[in-house]
Write a protein of this length. Structure first.
Length: 367
């Protein structure tokens, strides 16, 4: 039996309804912003529960622009977690700031108990990451930010549909970035992203900045960039948004089955804590495994596709050398990097494939 990790060929096996929308778009010639982008932004705004959505070319651009919108500039520091995808730190650098890392906790999220110790006079913002589609501890982060007068920009790129006590991730910070990369919960046929905010001033800045700073065809109010989402991707995103809650529900169900099936291997498999107040959408289903590399090789030999997200923490990447971090600075992130393993839990995996995965993991550890 084969357990696949990529699923796009299944998700988009029947796309006649999307092609119908795209044919309508082509006839209109609205290839730069326009009504199809506006329609998606309104639809996503209603879904997330915010006043403003400013769509962008990528999720990384969404983070860069959101950081700029809250005032991040050269010389500023932005606190984020050491175990995220590269774009979290890269966006800080691209916005002109300096990443300041803190360790992660046992939930694989930013360790909120470590944040205050790295706040300085240069700290402009905190960038928590809802890593894997699992919410960070926003209650504590917001309390710190309010007390210290620091802005919060959420990296919600993998977390469309995730919630904390019924409130959507992405609605806690002054601005938040989402990604529509093909392997995110809300995915398109290439790249795309969006910034969400309830702040009118931030939204006005972003709408100008993502479109060259243009107020109309002949006038610019500021020097901006081109980070417009392509209307084609807005059409795809609008259609996929119709099914994202169903897809997330299947992922949640699959994660629960995997959790239950792995719970009898406490000496070999460590599962993150999953407090009830957090609704995770499992863009990635990640466990910690003893003898991880051997297990990875074994599962792949059984045609069970699995991955590591990621084997090298951000502070140990070559790009971060100038920041002065060294091995041992963030022991939890480093230990997790040696143990984490991503198993398939996406919406196109069936229960038979999940049971086969569990059977092989047990076979590896118990013989």
């Amino acid at each position: 039996m084969r357990v696949n990790y990529p699923y796009l060929h299944q998700q988009f096996a029947d796309v006649d309804h999307i092609f119908k929308d795209l044919r309508e778009l082509v006839i209109t010639g609205e290839f730069t912003l326009g009504p199809y982008v506006e329609k998606f932004e309104k639809k996503f705004s209603d879904y997330i529960g915010v006043k403003h959505v400013i769509s962008t070319n990528t999720g990384t651009d969404a983070l860069i622009l959101a950081l700029k919108a809250v005032g991040v500039k050269a010389g500023d520091e932005v606190i984020t977690v050491a175990n995220s995808f590269y774009a979290s730190a890269g966006a800080i650098v691209a916005a002109g700031g300096t990443p300041v890392f803190v360790d992660c906790d046992k939930r694989m999220q930013i360790d909120v108990t470590k944040i205050e110790s790295v706040i300085t006079k240069k700290t402009r913002a905190i960038l928590p990451v809802h890593w894997m589609g699992v919410p960070a501890d926003m209650d504590t982060i917001l309390e710190i930010s309010k007390r210290k007068g620091i802005e919060v920009v959420e990296d919600a790129c993998p977390a469309v549909g995730a919630e904390i006590n019924g409130k959507r991730c992405g609605t806690f910070g002054k601005a938040s970035g989402f990604s529509f990369h093909p392997l995110k919960p809300l995915n398109v046929w290439g790249d795309g992203g969006a910034i969400v905010t309830n702040d009118d001033k931030v939204a006005s800045f972003l709408r100008l900045f993502r479109n060259h700073g243009m107020t109309d065809r002949d006038h610019i109010e500021m020097w901006g960039i081109n980070s417009r989402i392509q209307p084609i991707q807005a059409v795809v995103a609008s259609r996929v948004l119709d099914t994202v809650d169903h897809s997330n529900g299947v992922r949640i169900r699959n994660a629960k089955i995997l959790d239950e099936g792995l719970s009898d291997l406490p000496d070999s498999i460590e599962l993150p804590d999953r407090p009830d107040k957090y609704k995770s959408v499992y863009q990635l289903y990640v466990i910690r495994a003893r003898r991880r590399d051997e297990l990875l090789k074994f599962l792949r030999s059984k045609e069970i596709e699995c991955c590591i997200h990621y084997p090298v923490p951000l502070h140990l990447q070559k790009a971060a050398k100038n920041l002065g971090y060294k091995r041992g600075d963030f022991p939890e992130s480093e230990k997790q990097a040696d143990e984490i393993l991503t198993l398939s839990a996406h919406q196109y995996i069936n229960e038979e494939q999940i049971e086969y995965t569990l059977e092989q993991v047990h076979k590896f550890y118990k013989g």
